[in-house]
Design a protein around this ligand. Structure first.
Ligand SMILES: Nc1ncnc2c1ncn2[C@@H]1O[C@H](COP(=O)(O)OP(=O)(O)OP(=O)(O)O)[C@@H](O)[C@H]1O
Length: 255
């Protein structure tokens, strides 16, 4: 479990995260939602260790992020997979080299062992035989698959995804969502996803944290979000007429 307690992060005296407390469980797809500027990226960066919080506790299965020595921090880093916005693949490296990168950096595996693992994860994300392609030769959806393959190549315990669906058509976005959810279950990982995509939230948001101005204004599941009366959530999630109608239909069905 990841436990976050009273997380505060400010820049130049301006508080962006104002004491966020929550937990993320194993085998679940957790989603962070909220308006632009609400602090989602800063929150994710604090979890990953790219930002140092001003105060508060982040605890990975009993290990307090802030109290780890260099060796333990490196160990934790090895257990974290990341999918960045846009995939963040190295353009000058092939698919195989991109995926092998963390293995070269963090393990002493032989080239043959690394290749075997690369092929396993490429198979898993349904991209076999694309080893020698360059990112520019792939569609946006395929690039996301490569980014997911790279994120899981080290068998991570934790997976963090920043807007994994950005730039994808709705159909491809759902395929990527389902892939992330399936892999989360298979690897029994804790997955935390920043998302703007309400479709994704409804599809795979097993736990949803709604941030508003750096405060956790609501949390619950994708089932509960249909029923919530929380005004801020309703205004944000059901701002589109389509989602309003879906919610009304759902509520009349369960009456
Ligand atoms: N490195 C930084 N230095 C100063 N201010 C920052 C820094 N990073 C983020 N902020 C500020 O923190 C606030 C929250 O930013 P953040 O990127 O977390 O929002 P967000 O919810 O992810 O938005 P979006 O959905 O548009 O990506 C913004 O006001 C932003 O300007």
């Amino acid at each position: 479990m990841i436990e976050v307690q009273n997380l505060i992060k400010s820049f130049n005296g301006a508080e962006v995260l104002k004491g966020v407390t929550t937990t993320f469980e194993k085998g679940k797809t957790n989603m962070i939602i909220g308006q632009s500027g609400s602090g989602k990226t800063v929150f994710l960066k604090c979890l990953i260790g790219l930002h140092v919080p001003n105060s508060g506790v982040i605890c990975f299965d009993g290990r307090k992020h802030t109290e780890l020595d260099i060796k333990s921090r490196r160990q934790l880093r090895k257990e974290i997979g990341m999918v960045f916005q846009g995939g963040a693949l190295y353009d000058s490296l092939t698919v195989e080299e991109n995926i092998m990168f963390p293995l070269k950096m963090f393990t002493r595996s032989t080239p043959l062992e690394m290749l075997k693992r690369v092929n396993e994860v490429l198979e898993r994300v349904n991209l076999p035989n694309s080893n020698k392609k360059f990112p520019a030769e792939l569609s946006g959806g395929m690039q996301k698959r490569v980014a997911i393959a790279r994120a899981i190549v080290m068998n991570p315990k934790y997976l963090f995804c920043d807007e994994p669906n950005s730039g994808l058509d709705p159909q491809t976005a759902i395929v990527i969502d389902n892939l992330i959810q399936e892999i989360t279950k298979e690897y029994d990982m804790i997955t935390v996803i920043n998302s703007h995509d309400m479709n994704s939230v409804m599809e795979i948001g097993e736990k949803i944290i709604f941030l508003k101005d750096g405060v956790k204004a609501w949390e619950g599941s994708n089932k509960e979000i249909f029923k919530t009366e929380n005004e801020a959530v309703v205004n944000f999630v059901y701002s589109s007429n389509l989602f309003k109608k879906v919610r009304e239909a759902y509520l009349s069905e369960i009456k």
